[in-house]
Design a protein around this ligand. Structure first.
Ligand code: LLP
Length: 462
């Protein structure tokens, strides 16, 4: 559907300070602009017109930004890593058939952590050999689904190995396996999204690595192809990723010395993005260069043949491409305290503020450059006092019906969404070249009842 009938006449300030090569460093999608009415435009589509056409809340995903991040990872790997490489999209950040298809078309792989994410990836045409299945408590059905399709399983613990051994006789060939271990690396991010330190539910303890590797020597059903570690998420520091290379190269040396022809080293994801102006994450190029050089150095120091380098970006691939649109409703000024401006979504479509106290940046879609004279707290519509999307932010005076655009909402918003208060999930559209396409249709309130079962003795008497 063509949404933007107005030529884009002015782009400042939205194209200023945009890093065209590393969208994770920008607040807004690439090419965000203003139309001739000074309304905000993303992917050539005027946001308030999208809101009118598709309703709100609405997730808008910009195709050029998504492709830009995929290409940035691929190009940086090709430039800085002399061996083979593969960027694998951590689809927990935003899982949909359309995104899986887009990422597959850019030549990336995909990390799934459940049957649902795996089926979504396969439906999107992601080749099974480019998919890895993660999870600290995979079910036997999930393992069977993955192994049956030839997906690489990342063994996280002994239970995975036991279940796979049980499944193996029914499989056509050996299972491609990676071993995940906890690297014991601390980094500065929210404690809920730190995974590399030793007190983590994910992966084998490093002390157990040798025992597991020896155990696998006798497992003819398994082909150990790689080692995996992930240190956390929304990380701005580069040093922990450098340190990780050394820890992983030690593990690689050990695995190879025990006769496992391990070819893949998967260093996980974690690169942060800009949510507010003061955030200053490294670029994708800097991150990849750091990781690639550290792996090359660590392998050279140990006399190891270079492995294939895998990384698993989630947030930095999709966050900045996403803008969420809401409609402003009620306003409650509390003199001397604060003014609550309520919108028609909230913690069910973006649980990150209430979960991690995450901050966001927002503008009024039709007056993005108007003077931001009011300090308001943007609240959601859920029955929970903590359902606040933006605390004490400045906006131009807003009235009911105004469309609010919240930036950098492409990662861990839809995917962590819920139906709290039985609020339906928003629609999602992919925009590019002035065209918007629906990639997830809006859930309807009646659909929320589809799994309810009414026991006969509770049936209303009619
Ligand atoms: N690989 C593994 C094994 C992971 O566990 C994760 C993220 C990633 C890759 C991708 O990390 P990224 O590049 O996105 O940082 N819900 C939290 C983030 C949780 C991240 C979980 N694992 C949030 O909203 O901030």
């Amino acid at each position: 559907m063509v949404i933007s009938s107005h030529p884009v006449v002015q782009s400042a300030p939205y194209e200023q300070n945009q890093d065209l090569t590393s969208p994770n460093r920008n607040l807004t999608p690439l090419g965000t602009a203003l139309d001739d009415h000074h309304r905000l435009v993303v992917g050539g589509c005027t946001l308030s017109e999208l809101a009118r056409t598709y309703g709100t809340p609405l997730y808008v995903l910009d195709e050029a930004t998504l492709r830009g991040t995929c290409r940035a990872y691929r190009q940086a790997l090709a430039e800085h890593y002399p061996g083979p490489s593969l960027a694998v999209y951590a689809s927990k950040a935003n899982s949909s058939v359309a995104l899986s298809a887009l990422v597959a078309s850019e030549g990336l792989g995909l990390d799934a952590v459940s049957a649902g994410e795996l089926l979504t990836a396969l439906r999107g045409g992601m080749p099974a050999e480019r998919i890895v299945l993660h999870g600290n408590n995979k079910s036997k059905d999930e393992l069977a689904l993955a192994a049956g399709h030839g997906v690489t399983v990342v063994a996280d613990n002994w239970r995975d190995l036991e279940l796979l051994a049980e499944l193996a006789p029914g499989l056509e060939g050996p299972v491609n396996l990676m071993l995940r271990f906890t690297p014991g690396i601390e980094c500065h991010t929210h404690e809920y999204i730190r995974t590399g330190h030793l007190d983590s539910k994910f992966g084998f303890d490093p002390d157990q690595l040798e025992t597991v590797l020896r155990h696998l020597q006798s497992c003819s059903w398994a082909r150990l192809t790689g080692l995996h570690a992930h240190i956390g998420s929304q990380i701005f520091e580069l040093q922990p990723h450098r340190d990780l290379a050394g820890v992983m190269a030690d593990a690689l040396a050990l695995a190879r010395s025990l006769g496992h022809p391990v070819s893949d080293l998967n260093v996980g994801g974690g690169l942060g993005i800009r949510y507010v102006a003061s955030d200053d994450p490294p670029s994708i190029q800097q991150w990849v260069q750091t990781v690639a050089e550290a792996v090359v150095e660590a392998c050279a120091a140990r006399g190891l043949e270079l492995p294939r380098l895998l990384c698993e970006p989630g947030r930095s691939l999709v966050a900045t491409a996403g803008v969420t649109l809401y409609t402003v409703g009620s306003c409650k000024p509390i003199p001397g305290i604060r003014t609550y401006l309520s919108v028609d979504g909230g913690m069910s479509d973006n649980p990150r503020p209430i979960t991690y106290q995450s901050q966001y940046t927002a503008v009024l879609a039709d007056r993005p450059t108007a003077a931001a004279t009011d300090t308001v707290t943007v609240a959601g519509k859920h029955c929970e006092s903590g359902d606040v999307l933006l605390k004490d932010v400045t906006l131009p005076p807003a009235v009911p019906g105004d469309v609010l655009a919240v930036f950098a909402t492409g990662a861990y918003n839809a995917s962590m969404g819920s139906n709290y208060n039985r609020i339906p999930r928003p629609a999602a559209v992919l925009v590019g070249g002035g065209v918007a396409e629906l990639v997830q249709r809006r859930e309807q309130p009646e659909e929320l009842l589809r799994y309810d079962v009414l026991p006969a003795h509770l049936a209303p008497i009619t």
